[in-house]
Design a protein around this ligand. Structure first.
Ligand SMILES: Nc1ncnc2c1ncn2[C@@H]1O[C@H](COP(=O)(O)OP(=O)(O)OP(=O)(O)O)[C@@H](O)[C@H]1O
Length: 730
């Protein structure tokens, strides 16, 4: 068949798929309307059923909607003549025993689309890629795989080159139609634990991690959508950049956060200086925090008089010291141990008061415990419960503390800091000393999180939490019963919903729990004790030991995709190797994968960046660019007063696509961003200003800045080019 006839035939097929998609959308919309209008008569069970149906249909509607652009992007022509069309979702012919018309890219049957090669054809004669725009199929290209035809193996396919050459939009696009075999292997890794995905700039680490999330949500939907997935990225611009990828794949049960947002109620982007970052980020700070808590469990020094109606009893060091030991020996967190402290104090004060009041008439050993003694003790106890002076004394000696009060009091008080850092150099506490009025920093976040565990919630909150948990379990049981009933009714619509959009009892209970109408992402982000089904950490080399501790707590099943490049590490508290970070939590049970092909930066730019990489560490190898642009980076050497004007001129030359000016913040170049802010991002054109100055902050910063461009790089400088950029000057 000629290519034109092939194209016509494929267009007809894809058009028919869209007709089916539209039909599904219409029927889902109609079902949704019916479900929403369902009579409930205010009956709880009926209300619950209606909510279940409405939510499930809404989710289905979202997925159908997201699949609209590029619904079908290719097909496998199997050697036995079978055709497998690959797309964003699965579509079936209900009238023909649910024959697949379109196979979801995540389904096992799609795998060969990404992995078959000429050497290992997996029964595929050829692989066909569609070039699409919206609903239209513009063109097609085939990669022959069977027999001894040309290898599609080593040559980058047309579809891939089209994708990497395309101008970048304001948000990252999904790569579902051009996932490469080594990337596919990582996306579908059956490993449930920690997967470390390492690789140089532009190797698709972020893209692969996001597609892995979509894959996990598809294959383990029950577990994942019950607890959600957390994606941690370095800054808000990065999260905005990647934020559209999962929705474009129809997935929304995902929480995005920067490290400064991991403590509920707090949002900070403020960075500490290098010393404070290092001290706050090291696990050694745990001993400091523990000492700081112990320091809040004080001795009075001078006895505190507790005045009662008939007698005044002293609260002295000896009594407080024993009460403190008793409370500490419970092993409970500070706030939770406070009742034990108070109880002992009260018991001894009662003894002291009764002995004082009963002097001369209740002195005999046999009087103790007798009815008169007991009556008197009860009166004293009653008085002590009402005593303002006792309440005040307990607040002073064993205060109830919130994490923010505790950390604020510690960091802003020189005396407390000295005590907590006892045995360490003065420079350590001085580095973290915070001036009154200073805002929280990103490095404070894991300390606040740690403080929650050290301090505990206090008895009232703990009780409320237990009651809430009890109620949640009750709801889960109820939901399980309800699902059984619905299943037994054999309602075909409901059956289909369950197949396409599996929900389970706990998830229903979670969603419909007593009056909590928030979506999963909101509830998870607001709850410090929320545990996620999976966590993706991007730019993971920047995280401190304390950050890891926090994140490990958020995912007890230790299901992580960790994405990073050690050569791009900027933070002094970040990781120098993966093993020491991970072995503490998962021993050797983690999987390592590396990506080595750069899909972003053309070879000409990577040649220049390679010099900077050598500065970071001799022996480090840059990733291999998949393409050359034919244009070498340009350098403009100008006097200082002309710097801003030259940048503006260079910028004006870039009329198409996205452009970033990356400059040290203190240069004040209009519209520029710092290298740190460009982490994980990419732009068609990049102008790097004063590389010499960026290099002073760290070679990794310059390496990041240079590797953001997808097409063009210009370097504008007034100071001489650093030695490591010699390649750019040639
Ligand atoms: N298989 C692919 N098909 C098409 N484009 C791809 C593919 N893999 C990666 N890309 C593109 O390459 C670019 C770089 O990918 P990504 O941002 O995931 O790299 P990275 O390894 O996370 O980089 P960095 O470490 O610099 O943040 C993106 O535009 C991405 O869409």
């Amino acid at each position: 068949m000629s290519k034109q006839r092939e194209l016509r035939a494929e267009r007809d097929y894809v058009e028919a798929l869209y007709q089916r998609l539209d039909a599904e959308r219409e029927s889902t919309a109609a079902e949704l309307t019916t479900a929403m209008k369902a009579e409930t008569g205010g009956n709880t069970e009926a209300l619950f059923q209606r909510d279940v149906a409405v939510n499930t249909l809404r989710t289905k509607q979202n997925r159908l909607h997201a699949a609209d652009g590029g619904l079908c992007f290719g097909r496998l022509a199997m050697s036995d003549g079978e055709r497998v069309y690959i797309g964003r979702i699965g579509l079936f012919d209900e009238e023909d025993d649910y024959r697949p018309l379109l196979t979801d890219w995540r389904a096992p049957a799609s795998r060969a689309f990404y992995t078959a090669t000429a050497a290992r054809s997996e029964g595929v004669a050829f692989r066909r890629h569609f070039l699409t725009r919206g609903r239209d199929v513009l063109d097609l290209s085939d990669e022959p795989l069977g027999g001894d035809s040309i290898s599609g193996d080593s040559e980058a396919s047309t579809a891939l080159l089209n994708a990497v050459n395309a101008p970048r939009a304001e948000a990252m696009a999904d790569i579902v139609s051009t996932i490469q075999a080594d990337q596919d292997e990582i996306i579908r890794l059956p490993h449930h634990g920690v997967v470390v995905l390492d690789g140089g700039p532009g190797t698709g680490k972020t893209a692969v991690a996001l597609h892995r999330v979509a894959y996990l949500l598809y294959t383990q939907r029950e577990r994942m959508s019950r607890s959600g997935v957390l994606i941690v990225g370095p800054n808000a611009s990065f999260l905005r950049w990647i934020g559209a990828v999962l929705p474009s794949l129809g997935e929304t049960d995902v929480v995005f956060a920067t490290p400064g947002e991991l403590f509920p109620g707090l949002r900070t982007t403020r960075q500490d200086d290098a010393d404070a970052k290092r001290i706050k980020g090291s696990l050694d700070v745990l001993a400091v925090l523990a000492a700081a808590v112990a320091d809040r469990q004080e001795l009075p020094g001078e006895p505190i008089p507790i005045e009662l109606d008939d007698v005044t009893v002293p609260l002295d060091d000896e009594l407080v010291s024993t009460a403190r030991e008793r409370a500490r020996s419970t092993g409970l967190p500070h706030n939770d141990a406070r009742p034990a402290f108070r109880k002992h104090v009260v018991e001894v004060l009662v003894e002291r008061a009764v002995a004082d009041i009963g002097e001369g008439w209740l002195d005999e050993p046999e009087d103790r415990g007798g009815p008169l003694w007991a009556d008197l003790a009860e009166d004293v106890l009653h008085e002590l419960k009402q005593s303002q002076s006792l309440a005040k004394a307990v607040d002073q000696l064993w205060p109830h503390l919130t994490p923010t009060e505790f950390l604020h009091d510690l960091l802003s008080d020189e005396t407390r800091l000295r005590a907590a850092f006892h045995g360490r150099p003065d420079a350590d506490w001085q580095a973290v000393h915070r001036r009154l009025g200073d805002a929280w920093t990103v490095s404070d976040v894991p300390l606040l999180d740690e403080a929650v565990d050290l301090l505990g919630e206090g008895p009232a909150t703990a009780r409320a939490q237990r009651a809430a948990e009890h109620e949640r379990r009750r709801q889960a049981k109820y939901a399980a019963e309800l699902m059984e009933i619905l299943g037994d009714q054999g309602d075909p619509d409901y059956e289909q919903l369950r197949v396409t959009d599996v929900v389970d009892a706990e998830r229903l209970a979670d969603r419909h729990g007593s009056g909590d109408g928030r979506v999963l992402a909101e509830r998870a982000a607001a709850d410090r004790d929320w545990t996620y089904g999976h966590i993706v950490v991007d730019e993971a080399q920047e995280l401190s030991e304390m950050d890891w501790r926090l994140l490990m707590r958020r995912c007890p099943s230790k299901s992580f995709t960790i994405v990073g490049d050690l050569a791009q590490r900027e933070s002094p508290a970040g990781s120098r190797a993966w093993e020491p970070v991970l072995s503490r939590y998962v021993a050797q049970r983690w999987t390592f994968r590396q990506l080595t092909v750069n899909y972003r930066t053309p070879a000409e730019i990577m040649d220049v960046a390679a010099g900077v990489l050598a500065e970071i560490g001799p022996g480090l190898t840059p990733p291999t660019s998949i393409r050359s642009s034919g244009t070498r980076p340009s350098t403009w050497h100008v006097p200082v007063p002309e710097l801003a004007e030259t940048v503006a001129k260079a910028r004006a030359e870039y009329t198409s696509g996205t452009t970033a000016v990356i400059a040290p913040a203190d240069l004040g170049i209009e519209g520029s961003i710092s290298p740190y802010e460009t982490k994980g991002l990419e732009f068609d054109s990049v102008i790097v200003v004063e590389p010499h100055r960026i290099l002073i902050d760290g070679a990794a910063q310059l390496y990041v800045a240079l590797t953001r461009a997808t097409q063009r790089l210009t370097i504008v400088h007034s100071e001489p080019l650093p030695e490591c950029l010699a390649a750019a000057g040639r």
